[in-house]
Design a protein around this ligand. Structure first.
Ligand SMILES: Cc1cc2nc3c(=O)[nH]c(=O)nc-3n(C[C@H](O)[C@H](O)[C@H](O)COP(=O)(O)OP(=O)(O)OC[C@H]3O[C@@H](n4cnc5c(N)ncnc54)[C@H](O)[C@@H]3O)c2cc1C
Length: 406
């Protein structure tokens, strides 16, 4: 049988290739540049390490506390703990240059072939796909035949373009890796920070994610503010300038993130995964786990159906994905619009973060990707807190014209 082609050998593509290779399916990974480091905050949920059998040596720093800073600089401290406490409650901070490299090498060890080259064209026929790519070194055009294609080539997916699909709406995220003196680094020993406010992100959030020897400080913002990304990052650095004193910028990196999932992710002899399919979650911009998970699911679908790579066979991937995660995605889309809509809503969002039930349920679903049933008393407490916060931040302002600060 001809191989499956995986375009892009980052987290999603390498996971798909590894899954196929382990099942004995011939697979080729086409990566335009293996030295490329994906711009990324590198926050990974612990479940990724157990589910994808990753060594903890890939974790640069484990974080057990989070601080949420409201636009008016009220700060909520949150312990990173789920509903069922365990030593697996933490956020793993990783460096993508190490993380991606490990998964890619593992796929090769299990039998995947890695080609350094850039996808140029896909020609589908009844028996398979003719793939044209340009070699990274030398630039020669080459062709290969594949039985099916998995597009794991990120937010600007060439695979999606060649399938005739439109660009997805994209937000932009920009960050600097800043090396700090030890005295300043101590501040981030065990803590990650989330900053809310229109001057740092009018529609998403800003962050400081610590690694072993630096802190990654960045902002994300939607399409209507993407031209201001650098200005927003400068505002964030000004806002936390005391924490960054004596710091040295060692890298600045920026990239787009898709803002919504594609209508379809499975086609005749082709599937899209990760950012190429728009599978980043809204409220957090989290995409690493979802790229890996979708890569695994797409590969499992092929393993079960090959040599049949028809539309009907591959749509099983799409159906399984939305059956498992549809409700969660819809909720998080709503939460982003509700929580980051404007400065006052961001204050309400911050208040909501004070609620212990909200904290535990949020971290349970983030860290372990499990939806825990919410007891009615907790539902009542959360609803009451949200209504109280909503009233607190809106009523006084209407009367006095002043922003409400708790
Ligand atoms: C600044 C920033 C911070 C982020 N922070 C976090 C975070 O903290 N936690 C988190 O979970 N997510 C985060 N994300 C999102 C996360 O980076 C992505 O969701 C994730 O990398 C998607 O993985 P992927 O495999 O789908 O695609 P990508 O990681 O984008 O990889 C695509 C691969 O395809 C290759 N490629 C592209 N075109 C071609 C072509 N034509 N031919 C061959 N190869 C090609 C690229 O070189 C690349 O290796 C962040 C994103 C940004 C921009």
């Amino acid at each position: 049988m001809e191989p499956v082609l995986v375009v892009g050998a980052s987290v999603g593509g390498a996971t798909a290739a590894d899954t196929l290779a382990r099942a004995g399916v011939p697979v080729v990974m086409l990566e335009r540049d293996t030295s490329y480091v994906k711009p990324c905050g590198g926050a990974v949920p612990p479940v990724a390490f157990t589910e994808f059998d990753l060594p903890e040596t890939l974790i640069s720093r484990k974080v057990h506390h989070a601080l949420v800073h409201s636009p008016s600089e009220r700060v909520v401290e949150i312990e990173v703990a789920g509903v069922h406490r365990s030593d697996q409650d933490y956020i793993a901070m990783c460096c993508r240059e190490e993380f991606d490299c490990y998964i890619r090498q593992r796929a090769v060890q299990h039998g995947a072939t890695l080609i350094e080259g850039q996808l140029i064209d896909l020609a589908f026929d009844k028996e398979g796909v003719t793939v044209t790519y340009r070699e990274r070194f030398g630039g020669a055009r080459q062709e290969l035949r594949a039985v099916a294609v998995i597009g794991a080539d990120g937010a600007y997916s060439t695979t999606a373009k060649l399938l005739g699909l439109p660009n997805l709406p994209r937000c932009i995220a920009i960050q600097q890796r800043i090396r700090l003196p030890a005295s300043k680094m101590a501040r981030w020993e065990d803590t990650a920070d989330l900053y809310l406010g229109p001057e740092v992100s009018p529609d998403l959030y800003a962050w400081a994610f610590p690694k072993s020897d630096h802190v990654a400080v960045g902002i994300g913002t939607g399409p209507s503010h993407s031209k201001r990304a650098r200005e927003l990052l400068a505002n964030l650095k000004r806002r936390i300038s005391r924490d960054l004193e004596g710091g040295e910028v060692i890298l600045e990196e920026a990239h787009a993130l898709p803002m919504e999932p594609r209508e379809h992710m499975a086609f005749e002899r082709a599937m899209l995964i990760g950012d190429a399919a728009g599978l980043v979650v809204h409220t957090s911009g989290e995409g690493i786990y979802w790229a890996m998970k979708s890569g695994k699911m797409a590969a499992e679908t092929l393993i079960a159906s090959l040599p049949d790579a028809s539309l009907a066979a591959l749509r099983r991937y799409e159906r399984r994905w939305w059956k498992t995660y549809g409700t969660m995605y819809r909720f998080l889309v709503w939460l982003q619009k509700w929580g980051y809509g404007n400065a006052r809503q961001m204050e309400v969002f911050t208040d909501m973060c004070r609620n212990l039930d909200v904290q535990r349920l949020t971290f349970e679903s983030y860290m372990h990707k499990s939806m825990t049933p919410v007891p009615w008393l907790a539902q009542l407490r959360m609803t009451a807190d949200i209504i109280a916060a909503q009233v607190r931040h809106y009523l006084p302002r209407r009367r006095t014209g002043q922003p409400a600060v708790a």
